[in-house]
Structure formats: structure tokens, C-alpha cells
Design a protein around this ligand. Structure first.
Ligand code: GLV
Ligand code: MN
Ligand code: MN
Length: 415
């Protein structure tokens, strides 16, 4: 398959074109899920897929599928995909690379007039980031049967708008049922979003699985009071509780090194006035670890620490674990086909466990799945300065192409 070469320049230009939608002054992208900008990116993607001869369908979670026929269209497709939504201060590559490298696979097959045994589909999964609507990967989760449709559609942003309402508003509440159909395999290409490949000078990460995640929402309620006359010992300062909680979360993460991650990323203090003692604070916690037992230990430590903090300051606490995505092992055959493709092309590579969550994590529950990682500059992602080289992105797409096409052709046609 070595003469079947993807067009790295075309892939790069497509990524740069989509990066214009929601472009930020610092060179990044702000394109939150189900905003008008998300609609614009979806519309362009669909127009490119139609130009490439694909038929396009949209399901009730707004997931988009662009399908290129195979020799036997009764066979389940090989699917390639990722997401088009970004973080508020996101980059050009997270998610977008995985979608457009799927399109590049299809464009290359077209250039070569090459017919695969199974159809090939490119998927855009709605709201992978979990930034506007929590949890992350919610629409691929509905596809995989992890969440039911009502749960997915009722996820609300901080202003109370639900995914269902916003899908309808932007015209992406499609007619197709979500999931419930077989896939021959699923592949997702992505920037690593961490420093390992770059530090080791490796071009390809052969992704063997992803670490587990647990997400929490906490509200501390104390008492609003005047910042001048209220004596320090009598205060019930909810923000002081949150500050101690941030310390505790960091301490828990640091006590399970080298792999644990623990983050408070969102915090809202009420009434947020400089001379009022904060009466209520809402904040989120993101815990990650590749070992479910360690995650369980972190969970137990968190509950104990937060109870103590609330008790010491006299706060009421509402504590909810809103998401638990256990560690994911990917399919051995799919992982092997990614490694083989990297070897065939002479790219340096290493096996790697994903630190980030990806739609592939949920799709792996219903289809043989793996991922291809490429390095990103200084390991930085979820940042407007996120960057990757055209050369590495091309190599990752080449590996994706070979792994996906080999898989599509490994299924005998009934025709
Ligand atoms: C998704 O980007 C995640 O939080 O891993
Ligand atoms: Mn991503
Ligand atoms: Mn992301």
C-alpha cells in the first residue's frame, strides 16, 4: 500500500481554512459546541464531503457521517472521526485534525480511484470538549449506548440552554437514530496534547488506550456579609472553602504521581463583588489516572477532604460526581495495524496511553478501535498557541490511511 500517498498540503490547507471559523487574535480558535460558529464549520465540512462524492447523514445528537461507498455496501463501514468543537481558548488542531484527516483519506481514495471492500465513513461527533456542555464526549457516548438520548439532549450550558435546544436552533437535530449500527472498526487521529512524543523525537504515537476520568461539581454555600464590619472569626466564606479545595485537589494529584492529574478548571463566586464576603461558590474538579483503583482512592480522599473543609468553615456542601469514564483499552488488532503502518512507512513510533479523553474511548465499546497520535509543539494543547508540523500531521494521516484501508479490505465482500 506504500504508493498510496495522502496529500499533506491539501490536509494542511483544509485545517487552516477551518481555523478561520472562530479564529482568535492569538492564533487559536474559539468555536464552542452548537454555537453559530460550530454550525458554520459543520456546513463547510459537509460541503467538502459532498464535493468528495460522499453521502451525508446527521443523527439526533447532531453527529455527522459522510459516507464513501465500498465494494459491498451491506458491510459495516470503517469509520474515522473526531470533533469540530473547541475549548474557549482552543487551538487549530485538537479534534479538527482527526476529522479532516478522515476527509483526506477519502479524497486520497478518490484520487486513486480506489474501491475499499467496506464503505468508509468520516464522523464529526458533537460536543467532544465538554466545555460548553458537560460531560465531554457526550454524543459519541450516546452513539455507543453509554448515555441515553434524553440524557444527551438535556445537557445544559451555564446559561441553561440545552443541547437539544441548541441543535434545533442551528439546524443540526438530524433525523437518524443515534448508534445501534455496527462498525467494522473506528480510528481517530489526534495531536498528542502532551510532551512525550516530542521529548523522545518520535513521529507516531500508537495509542493503546486512554486513562480514566472522573468529573465532579461542587457548590459551597456560606453567608454573604459586609467585607468591613464582619469579624474574621465569624465569617462563613465560601470562596475560602473553594481555595482550600483547590489546594486539596492539587495535593491529591501530587500524591499519586507520576501519572495522576487533578484540576479545578471552572470557578464561579457569588456575588463576585469586591466588598462582599462570597456567599456561594460553584467549582468543578477533573481527576484522571490510567488505573481505576487509584482513581477510586483519589475519589475517596476528595470526599474526605471536602467534608472537612466545609465543616471547618461552616459551609453547606452540594457534591456531585457528574461523570465517570473508566480507563479504556483499545482493540489489539487495531493497535497492531497502526503500529504496522508506522513501521511500513519507516516512521519512528512508540506505544502511548492517551492522557486526554477522545470520542474513540466511547466508540471502543461498540467497535474495534484505536488512535494515531502525532506530536504537538512543547506538548501544549487547550491553548491558542497549540501547534503541530505539516510533516507530522501528514505522517499521522498516512498511518491512519493505511490502518483504515487495511481494515476495510480485511473483510471479505459478499458480492
Ligand atoms: C477533552 O479534551 C478532554 O478533556 O480530555
Ligand atoms: Mn480532542
Ligand atoms: Mn480537547
Amino acid at each position: 500500500m506504500k504508493n498510496l500517498t495522502v496529500n499533506g498540503q491539501r490536509l494542511w490547507e483544509s485545517i487552516m481554512e477551518l481555523a478561520k471559523i472562530g479564529a482568535t487574535d492569538k492564533g487559536g480558535v474559539c468555536r464552542l459546541a452548537l454555537t453559530d460558529l460550530d454550525r458554520e464549520a459543520r456546513d463547510i465540512f459537509i460541503s467538502w464531503c459532498k464535493e468528495a462524492g460522499c453521502s451525508v447523514s446527521v443523527d439526533k445528537m447532531g453527529n455527522i457521517f459522510a459516507r464513501r461507498s465500498g465494494k459491498d455496501n451491506d458491510l459495516p463501514p470503517v469509520m474515522i472521526g473526531s470533533h469540530l468543537d473547541t475549548q474557549p481558548t482552543g487551538g487549530k488542531f485538537d479534534g479538527i485534525y482527526g476529522v479532516l484527516s478522515g476527509l483526506e483519506v477519502i479524497r486520497t481514495l478518490n484520487d486513486l480511484n480506489y474501491e475499499t471492500n467496506t464503505p468508509v465513513e468520516v464522523a464529526v461527533w458533537t460536543n467532544e470538549e465538554g466545555s460548553r456542555f458537560a460531560p465531554a464526549m457526550v454524543a459519541s457516548g450516546v452513539f455507543a449506548g453509554v448515555f441515553d438520548l434524553d440524557y444527551g439532549l438535556s445537557r445544559a450550558d451555564l446559561d441553561g440552554m440545552t443541547m437539544g435546544e441548541e441543535l434545533e436552533r442551528i439546524g443540526y437535530n438530524g433525523p437518524e437514530d443515534v448508534g445501534g449500527r455496527p462498525l467494522t472498526a473506528f480510528f481517530e487521529a489526534h495531536i498528542e496534547q502532551g510532551p512525550i512524543l516530542e521529548n523522545e523525537g518520535k513521529t507516531i504515537g500508537v495509542v493503546t488506550g486512554a486513562q480514566g476520568q472522573r468529573w465532579y461539581e461542587v457548590t459551597f454555600t456560606g453567608q454573604e456579609a459586609h467585607a468591613g464590619p464582619t469579624p474574621m472569626p465569624t465569617r462563613r466564606d465560601a470562596l475560602l472553602g473553594a481555595a482550600r479545595a483547590v489546594e486539596a485537589v492539587n495535593r491529591i494529584g501530587m500524591s499519586h504521581q507520576p501519572t495522576a492529574c487533578a484540576t479545578v478548571g471552572l470557578i464561579q463566586a457569588q456575588p463576585n463583588s469586591r466588598n462582599v464576603i462570597p456567599g456561594q461558590v460553584f467549582f468543578t474538579i477533573d481527576f484522571r489516572h490510567p488505573d481505576a483503583d487509584v482513581l477510586a482512592q483519589m475519589d475517596a480522599e476528595l470526599r474526605t477532604d471536602l467534608e472537612k473543609i466545609a465543616g471547618d468553615i461552616g459551609l453547606e456542601m452540594a457534591f456531585e460526581e457528574i461523570w465517570h469514564s473508566p480507563p479504556v483499552p483499545f482493540n489489539k488488532d487495531c493497535v497492531d495495524s497502526v503500529r504496522k503502518a508506522a513501521e511500513d512507512w519507516g516512521y519512528s513510533h512508540r506505544d502511548i496511553v492517551s492522557g486526554a479523553g477522545h470520542d474513540a474511548c466511547y466508540i471502543s465499546r461498540v467497535a474495534p478501535t484505536s488512535m494515531v497520535f502525532v506530536p504537538c509543539e512543547n506538548g501544549i494543547s487547550h491553548n491558542e498557541i497549540e501547534n503541530a508540523t505539516q510533516e507530522d500531521l501528514t505522517a499521522g494521516c498516512q498511518v491512519l490511511f493505511q490502518a483504515a484501508v487495511a481494515r476495510a479490505n480485511s473483510v471479505p465482500t459478499g458480492k
